[in-house]
Write a protein that binds this ligand. Sequence first.
Ligand code: FMN
Length: 478
Amino acid sequence: MLRGARPAATPAPSVAAMTEPLLIGAMVRTLGAYPSGWRQPGAHRDPAGDAAVLRRIAEEAEGAGLDYLFFGDWLATGPDLEFRDPYLLARIDPLSAVLHLAAVTSRIGLIATVNTTYADPYATARQLASLDLLSGGRAGVNLVTGAEPRAAGNHGRDAHADNETRYDRAEEFVTALRRLWDSWGDDAWIADAERGVLIDADALRGADLQGEHVRVTGPLNVARPPQGQIPIVHAGTSPRSRALAATEADLALIGVPDLAAAVETRSILRDLAAESGRSPDALKVIAPILPVVAETDAEARRIVERLLALVPLAEGHQRERTAFPANRTVDALADALGVAEDDTLRASAFDAPVTAAEVERLGDRGAALVERVGRIAGLVVSGTAADADRPLAWRHLVAAHAVPAAFVVGDAAAVADHVETWRDEGAADGFNVLSAYQPAQFEAFTRLAAPELRRRGLLGRAGETLRDRLGVTSYVDA
Ligand SMILES: Cc1cc2nc3c(=O)[nH]c(=O)nc-3n(C[C@H](O)[C@H](O)[C@H](O)COP(=O)(O)O)c2cc1C
């Protein structure tokens, strides 16, 4: 059987396997995962300095025992991203980033995103096999079909293909990768100097794929990668995405609003995996986590307050920017909460404190928003019994609504409690750790939260290759 191939019978998970540490990786966005992150004191804010920041994050992550570094991708840019997702505006290509980091790390996995709608499968198989060889078996790939229509114009297409077409191509793309990585047998390289035989020609086979979207002959012109089959991650949301994850992926990334949605999504994915003949345990479901962590809960809440306060709202020069998001006004908030007819609310200034009487008029959804902002940022409604030295202003409410983020706020124990609860409830097999800004917030995670996660047995898997670390064997022989 080839390296990385699925064993004939999937063993039942042992109790030890069920309590082993989770899979925990860093989802790296150098300009921070929250749109106002780059404005924080001391935050990295210049892509020209990305290389140094990337190296620092990689070293921190490896030192803390994280399983992998993960890099997303987006194949276009434009001024609208400045306010929506600043980290997408300008950044290093993910494969280039992981290749660079392969040289400054020795244990951590390196996962780069590739867009199957636009990438060439032969070139992709070759790049990943090269990364796997150069990193000693630490490569992984996140396959996405892309949600950015402007990518079409950058790749000579008239339009971004529809969901069905993109996933049809993605399925063929995976088959092509698999066949190319298997085009060299494990023992194909002989290098017998005495006999003058370099390879076993019989151990070399073609890919021979004649699909509707992908055609590739093979074999691959890179020797067999150390992992054999490089672990495949998939991230998407549509039914076709779930089917692809369930049948082909080792890791499925989910983006969910809460614990209940994660439990449901993981259960659907596991059922689909079982339906396709795999062990559900072969598919690991990874949820995002955006910890804002500090020495104390109070300090962490102050950081969130600052993040909310610095979200650009529709004021000053931003009003003239055509690309400015429409939802950054009190009006838009009132609309969204269904209380737009209340003229008094609409006239509220961003920096005016929110009063108890106003909260009354915001309705149930408004009250829930106020409660959440109080919980994550420690802000208090004026005129209530609570200590109001940190008053809630309209600015905070508009920002929290316009830029929702699943912050987990507090000290190390708060972050570990979250991870533990999600594990115990069956919501996730692991987490992608996002950081509101770099490198300070990631360092706070590795310095404060990671030791606590290790202490509780939630972090710290063993394994030389990424596949070993992930503990995955899924691979359907193409
Ligand atoms: C957690 C998560 C991370 C993702 N990361 C990326 C990414 O880096 N690049 C990308 O093009 N799509 C990414 N996607 C997928 C897109 O958001 C989008 O869902 C997909 O490309 C279109 O497929 P869908 O219609 O099946 O969702 C991600 C999705 C999730 C859930």
